[in-house]
Structure formats: structure tokens, C-alpha cells
Design a protein around this ligand. Structure first.
Ligand code: NAD
Length: 482
């Protein structure tokens, strides 16, 4: 035995290792220490998990359960998450290094998603169509797709899983979950709660492992009907291509390079706080990070100074401690990527106003920290303004007027989110119309909810999660002629 804590997959209601007999290690990003072992699954494990999900969909008790009964199971799962929220949030922090204060809030909010989709489960209604002939009766019904594969990234494992799972189950599908190889543990523990809630065996299954080893087998499995994916856009494109071979349904939630736009008429106290939390929360490791701060020229110097002053006071440290404001980067390769981007920005001539390196504090030396970093006078053609860094790196870009702000904001391959700070509501609505993004926040940033559809324009993705329309991502319409 290795001495690390071991976690297991769930397939057909039973805990399983992997047929490969191999394990991979999960590390604590704050201490740099390995602490958990997770099964390194292979293609045979994918086969078993998909077969279990397919059998549960076609022949198990799930197939004949009423929608109301599905809703009750989802509600029970929500209650169990609430009961175990502290334990699950601690697992997430240990695995991905995000602040416990944030993970705790995130996990405590998860039940709301399950309650919401529980309520929707028995409101999936078809319709009766007015016939165009006297001797026919035509009606429509919405049916689940079948086996749904949910593939998630490392930054918010349970939240991003929930955005898929709650809707997929409410609609009557069965699932196979593949969490990120960097943060599998909370998902494996979470699925045990689903078993406790009473979901029939085989409805929810997991396979852990590396994307390059089992990703294609999952996506291309002939018994998989849909892939719901959150991750980087290059991986998303590979998933899309794999799913296309079987003409499968997909939901893709991908990257972003979101503009957070401060106008001269904004409440600058609020705007500065919004800019800071928009990029430095979760050490910049969120798809919606406001990584391009567009500031109107007339307030550029003041806003830059205040943002730098604010960020300079941020306390880096142990993510479990309540007074820590910035935690480590989740993975060692990701820290290297962030530092590489910082070097590129400097080489391209961006002005480094704060940070730009690994902190010197010896108390942080074992963790994968990067100082909160701010570049000023960035132009939108620099790589630092065009590519997703996924770290605590802010680029400040000046603009002249509304048209200039819209032009710069939309000059990106992404379109996940945007922020607008202004006290002029006419301007706010005009900007909301003009910005090519799936979410626009006005005088706030990073707000998400179970009832608000979330997803990307352009290369930020396909489809929507959350809100009423999300459930139709997991349904197909049948038209019956009598
Ligand atoms: P990633 O694309 O490297 O990995 C995501 C998942 O895909 C992991 O589980 C990984 O194992 C799996 N995977 C890797 N190769 C695969 C393949 N060939 N086939 C199938 N699956 C494969 O992303 P990451 O580094 O874990 O996460 C960071 C990225 O996620 C960022 O780009 C970020 O913007 C994005 N993200 C998007 C959202 C959103 O809602 N739009 C939310 C969070 C993160």
C-alpha cells in the first residue's frame, strides 16, 4: 500500500478500481504533496461504465420511474449535499487549492440546482397540434436521449458537474462522469451521495483517468448519445470531432477572454472591487475571469492605480484559512503556463504594474503560487489580451468611447461573458445589446444561478446550461400521428 488515501469509481452501484490496476496521484496545490490515489482507468473501464449506464437506461427501474419520482430523488440528493457540504468543499480545496471560503459557498449553493431541476422534471410537457386533416390526431412528447457522458475540468469540479447532471437526470437520462485527472476526488465522493439518495444502480457511473487515454473511447462509444463537456477550446474541438463521428448531441462550455468594461460615469469604488474579484478570485482560474479590463481613457490612470493598490494588499496563503484572499494555482503545469504568459507579455512590451513572478515568501514556497499580476497599457493585439491565461493576470486596456469599447471587447475569438460598469442605464442596455457574449453583467461580475442560462458565443461553446432551456439540451422531441 502506498499510504495515500484511495478513492474508487462507482459503476453499476458498486465501488470499483480499474481493470488496468494502475492509480494516479492527486496533489495538494498548497503543500505540493501527493495525498490521494485515484484509479487510472482504461478503455475496458469505459466499456463497463457505459454498458452499466445503457442497461440502467433501457431495462432498469429508472426506465419506468415517473418524472415526479425522478424529481424526488434529485431533491433528496440536494438535501444530502447540504448535509455534507463542508466535507465536500474541504475535499475540493485540498484537491484544487481554491479558497475554502469560495468552495464552501459554491458547494452550499449546489442543492439549489438540484431542487430547481427536480421541479422541472415533471413539467416537461408535450403538445397537441391542430391537425391539417380531419382524421388525424398529432401530439408531441419529449424523451431523454440515453447515456450522457459528462466531462469536467479542474477549476470547479462539483459545480460544473452539477450544471450537467441535474438537468440530464431530471430529463431521464443516465450518465457516465469523467472528472479531471487533477481533481477527481470530490466527484467520487459526491457520487456516493447519489447512491445514498436512492438513484437506481447504473444511473450514475464514473470513470477516472487521463483524457488522452480514455476521452476518445468515451466520446465515441456507440452507446453514448450525448457529451456534455466543460474544458479548454482545443479539447472541446477534439470532443466535438469525436462526437461528430457518431452524430451525437453535444454541449460545450469552453474558454473565455472576457472584457470587463469601466466607463468614466461608473461608481468607481464598485467597479474597482468588481475588476479585482473578476480576475483574482480563484486565482484567475475561471472561464468567466474578467481578464481584459477595458478602462475609459479619462479614468484610466485613477482606475489603474486603485486596482494595483487593491491587489497589492491581497493576502496569499493557505486556502483553508479564512483570511487568505489568493490561493495557489491548481496544477504545476498550469503555473508554468501562467508564468510563460507573463514572460510573453513582458517581451511584447506590456507594462508590468504589479507582480509578475512567484512570491518570495518562504511560507508559500511549496505551493504553486503566482503573484497577482497586472499589466497596463496593453493593446488588444498582444497575446496576453488574446489568449486565455487561466491565472491571476489582468491586462488593462484603455479605450476612448462606447464604439471603441465595443470594438475592442468583441475583437476576440471568445464570447463567454462581459462586464459593464456605468450609471447610465441607456448606455448599459446599448452595451448589453452590442456585446457578443453569452452573459453580460452590468455593475456586477461573476454572478451565476440555477435559473440563468449560461454558455458561450463564438469559440466559447455550444448550448446552454442552467435555466429552463438547459433541460431541452437533454431531451429529444417525438411527434406522434394517430
Ligand atoms: P481540459 O480541456 O484540459 O480538460 C477538461 C476535461 O477534458 C478533463 O476531464 C480532461 O481529462 C478531459 N479531456 C482531455 N482530453 C480529452 C479528450 N481528448 N477527449 C475527451 N476528454 C478529454 O481543460 P482544463 O485544463 O481541465 O480546464 C480549464 C479549461 O476549462 C479552461 O480553458 C477554461 O476556460 C475551461 N472552462 C470552461 C468553463 C465554462 O463553463 N465555459 C468553466 C470552467 C472551465
Amino acid at each position: 500500500m502506498s499510504g495515500f488515501e484511495r478513492f474508487f469509481n462507482t459503476v453499476n452501484g458498486a465501488p470499483v478500481q480499474s481493470t488496468t490496476g494502475r492509480w494516479f496521484i492527486s496533489e495538494n496545490p498548497y503543500t505540493g504533496e501527493p495525498w490521494a490515489e485515484v484509479p487510472q482507468c482504461g478503455v475496458a473501464d469505459v466499456e463497463a461504465a457505459v454498458e452499466a449506464a445503457h442497461a440502467a437506461f433501457t431495462t432498469g427501474p429508472w426506465a419506468t420511474l415517473t418524472a415526479t419520482a425522478r424529481g424526488k430523488l434529485l431533491r433528496r440528493l440536494g438535501d444530502l449535499i447540504a448535509r455534507d457540504a463542508e466535507r465536500l468543499a474541504k475535499l475540493e480545496t485540498r484537491d484544487n487549492g481554491k479558497l475554502y471560503a469560495e468552495m464552501s459557498g459554491q458547494v452550499r449553493y449546489l442543492p439549489e440546482y438540484y431542487y430547481y431541476f427536480a421541479g422541472l422534471a415533471d413539467k416537461i410537457e408535450g403538445g397537441v397540434l391542430p391537425p391539417d386533416k380531419s382524421d388525424v390526431f398529432i401530439y408531441t412528447k419529449h424523451e431523454p436521449l440515453g447515456v450522457v457522458v459528462c466531462i469536467t475540468p479542474w477549476n470547479s469540479p462539483l459545480l460544473l458537474l452539477t450544471w450537467k447532471l441535474a438537468a440530464a437526470l431530471a430529463a431521464g437520462n443516465t450518465v457516465v462522469i469523467k472528472p479531471s485527472e487533477f481533481t477527481s476526488v470530490s466527484t467520487l465522493e459526491f457520487v456516493k451521495l447519489a447512491e445514498e439518495a436512492g438513484f437506481p444502480s447504473g444511473v450514475i457511473n464514473t470513470v477516472t483517468g487521463y483524457g488522452h487515454e480514455i476521452g476518445a473511447a468515451l466520446v465515441e462509444h456507440p452507446k453514448v448519445a450525448k457529451v456534455a463537456f466543460t474544458g479548454g477550446d482545443a479539447t472541446g474541438a477534439a470532443v466535438y470531432a469525436g462526437a461528430a463521428k457518431g452524430l451525437k448531441h453535444v454541449t460545450l462550455e469552453l474558454g473565455g477572454k472576457s472584457p470587463n468594461i469601466i466607463f468614466e460615469d461608473a461608481n468607481l469604488d464598485d467597479a474597482v472591487k468588481g475588476a479585482i474579484s473578476g480576475i483574482f478570485a480563484a486565482s484567475g482560474q475561471t472561464c468567466i475571469a474578467g481578464s481584459r479590463l477595458l478602462v475609459q481613457r479619462s479614468v484610466y490612470d485613477e482606475v489603474s492605480r486603485r486596482v494595483v493598490d487593491f491587489a497589492a494588499g491581497a493576502r496569499l496563503g493557505d486556502p483553508m484559512q479564512a483570511d487568505t484572499q489568493v490561493g495557489p494555482i491548481t496544477t504545476q503545469p498550469q503555473r508554468k503556463k501562467v508564468l510563460d504568459y507573463i514572460a510573453v507579455a513582458k517581451a511584447e512590451g506590456a507594462e508590468c504594474l504589479l507582480g509578475g513572478k512567484v512570491p518570495a515568501d518562504s511560507a508559500l514556497k511549496n505551493g504553486w503560487f503566482v503573484e497577482p499580476t497586472i499589466f497596463g497599457n496593453v493593446t488588444n493585439d498582444m497575446r496576453i489580451a488574446r489568449e486565455e491565461v487561466f491565472g491571476p493576470v489582468l491586462s488593462i486596456i484603455p479605450f476612448e468611447d462606447d464604439e471603441d469599447a465595443i470594438r475592442i471587447a468583441n475583437d476576440t475569438i471568445y464570447g463567454l461573458a462581459a462586464g459593464v460598469w456605468t450609471q447610465n442605464m441607456r448606455r448599459a442596455v446599448r452595451m448589453a445589446d452590442a456585446l457578443k457574449a453569452g452573459t453580460v453583467w452590468v455593475n456586477t461580475y461573476r454572478a451565476v444561478s440555477f435559473l440563468a442560462p449560461f454558455g458561450g458565443y463564438k469559440k466559447s461553446g455550444i448550448g446552454r446550461e442552467n435555466g429552463q432551456e438547459a433541460i431541452y439540451e437533454y431531451l429529444q422531441t417525438k411527434c406522434v400521428w394517430l
